[in-house]
Structures are given as C-alpha cells and as structure tokens.
Design a binder for this molecule. Structure first.
Ligand SMILES: [Fe+2]
Ligand SMILES: [Fe+2]
Length: 277
C-alpha cells in the first residue's frame, strides 16, 4: 500500500431535523445547524471519503422531516450513510431515501460499508419502536460476529446510535442500550481485535471509554448538546448551546486510526502559520 494512503470517515450525529421552516421545540434551529455542519464538511481539504450519520436523523420520524433532511444533505459530494436513532422511523426513512439501497426494505437497518478501503464500517440498528432506549437482538449480534469474522484483516468501526456503556449522565443512562445487548456486543467485539472503535451518537456530547478491548465513543450533535450534569440523582436533563461539532476518523498508513473533533463555525485569528482550510 502507498505509504501516503489514507481514508477519512466523517461522523455527524443527532441532527434532529424538523419540517422545513420549523424550529425544534419552537426555539432550536436544528435545520440551520445541519446546514452549517454540511458547509463545514464540504469545506474540508482533504475531503472526507464518506459521511456516516449516527442516528436521530430527524426528531419525530415524519416523512416531511426526512424530506428536509434529504434537502439539507444534498450539497455533500461524498457518499452519506444514514442510521436510525430512537427518534427515527425506518418506514419514513426508507420511503424518502428509497435510492439508498443499503437501508433495505424490512427488518433492522444493519449494513456494512465496504468502499472506504482499508477501513470497514459495520452499522447496527438499535432503534426499538416507541422506546427511547436501544436494543440489539441475538440475530443482529450473530450477524455482526459473522461480518467481523469475514474481514479480520480490515480495521473496523462498529457504529450504533446508543452507546454500549453508562455515561454518568443519569437521565441519558436511563434510555441506554439494554444490558443484554451491551453484554452481547461486548462478547462479539472482544473476539475481533480489528475493531478500532465503537462509534455512537445519542448523548450529544463527546464521551469515551474502554470497551471490549477497544475504544467506544459518543460524539456531539450537529445541533444542541445534552448539558454536562453528573449528579447521580439527576432525573431530568437539559440541553444547551455548547458549540456543535463534526468528528473525523482518519486512517493513514503508518499511523492507524485517530479520531478528531472539529467544532463547527468560523474561527479566525490565527496566531501563526497559514490559514486553516
Ligand atoms: Fe439525539
Ligand atoms: Fe437518541
């Protein structure tokens, strides 16, 4: 392999898009936030090879919201892979993104991204209809095991909306991944050391921990953040306007996989060197 070979997978999450012209909860401009995230992604040099959106694509799973999501993602020149979160509805998603063949036509939206060589992404659908928490069935876990088993030499990102760990943010942990799914995922991932990351959304914050011999992370939303409140007795959370961000997973020959966070916005005032692109 060429020693300069590299692949960049951009991860954005939890855009919570609403109908065109609307605001989330009448006050959060989630659509405008996604527009800014798309501008940020499009301005990067080198350009990411792929964008994966780790769920809560829209806020109420309505087709009109997915149509707006589609419109907002349209300027991206690179392939985009969509995943379900607890706010999504696979029916509306599949209807509006009918040309996204990897979404399939029934069952959980689990799929492999195989065209960002040498990386591989295995996406798992943790969405449970009507539930804020997430789950993975034994069938899904067996499928994951088989997919990982067939490409042991390819560094892999396993992607799912709900992180397989408690975060200490109590009200979010209440709507986490089921214990059975967490343990099942731990069993599978620990058998496949090529899993470089378990990448997640749902928390609207950057959080990382050790998991099954690898690194599991959650990333910021492109819109609102879940407030950082670590009081164990917390029953009701709050969101705030901490700056949204995109995440870049860079794989480069000789380096391996590293993960960068890029706050969305224009930040002039370089102290040294050429302007950032
Ligand atoms: Fe979310
Ligand atoms: Fe979520």
């Amino acid at each position: 392999m060429d020693s300069s070979a590299q692949v960049i997978v951009a991860q954005i999450s939890d855009p919570h898009v609403v109908e065109h012209g609307e605001l989330l909860f009448d006050r959060i401009p989630t659509n405008a936030h996604l527009e800014a995230a798309v501008r940020c992604l499009a301005s990067l040099d080198p350009r990411p090879d792929l964008v994966v959106v780790t769920g809560d694509l829209v806020n109420e799973g309505r087709p009109a919201q997915y149509r707006e999501l589609r419109r907002l993602l349209e300027p991206l020149a690179m392939p985009v892979r969509l995943m379900c979160g607890n706010h999504d509805d696979p029916v509306g998603l599949r209807e509006v993104f009918a040309d996204h063949g990897y979404l399939g036509s029934e069952g959980p939206i689990d799929y492999v991204v195989d065209d960002v060589v040498p990386l591989r992404i295995v996406a798992l659908d943790t969405h449970v209809p009507g539930e804020p928490g997430g789950h993975l069935t034994a069938t899904q876990l067996a499928w994951l095991d088989a997919r990982l088993g067939e490409a042991a030499d390819r560094p892999c990102l396993v992607a799912l909306h709900h992180p397989p760990f408690a975060t200490g943010i109590a009200h979010m942990d209440e709507m986490g991944l089921t214990e059975a799914a967490t343990e099942g995922l731990r069993d599978v991932v620990s058998r496949h050391p090529q899993v470089e990351r378990v990448i997640c959304g749902h928390l609207h914050r950057t959080i990382a921990r050790r998991f099954a011999g690898t690194v599991a992370t959650t990333v910021p939303s492109t819109a609102h953040a879940v407030a950082l409140d670590l009081r164990p007795e917390l029953t009701e959370g709050a969101s705030n306007a901490e700056p949204p961000a995109i995440t870049l997973h860079l794989w480069r020959a000789g380096i391996g996989l590293v993960t960068h966070t890029r706050t969305i916005g224009d930040f002039p005032g370089h102290l040294f060197g050429p302007p950032e692109h």
